[in-house]
Design a protein around this ligand. Structure first.
Ligand SMILES: [Zn+2]
Length: 68
């Protein structure tokens, strides 16, 4: 019984060249561009700030008549 174990593995380097073009926006608070993130998948249209911090700060500046 001859077992031919010398099988060369065909290692094909598969190039996953899927460069998705992520949408970008400019943060209305810090004026910096930021790109789409998965966590914003549902609400990307409503996203105006690049981060929670900007969001907080921006709202502080924006809604002046919201002050109590
Ligand atoms: Zn920002």
């Amino acid at each position: 019984m001859i077992l031919n174990i010398s099988h060369t593995p065909h290692l094909q380097s598969i190039h996953v060249m899927k460069k998705q073009h992520l949408p970008e926006k400019i943060c209305i608070f810090c004026d910096r561009p930021f790109s789409w993130r998965k966590k914003w998948a549902r609400c990307w249209d409503e996203i105006k700030y690049c981060s929670e911090r900007c969001k907080r700060e921006g709202k502080k500046h924006q809604s002046l008549d919201d002050e109590q």
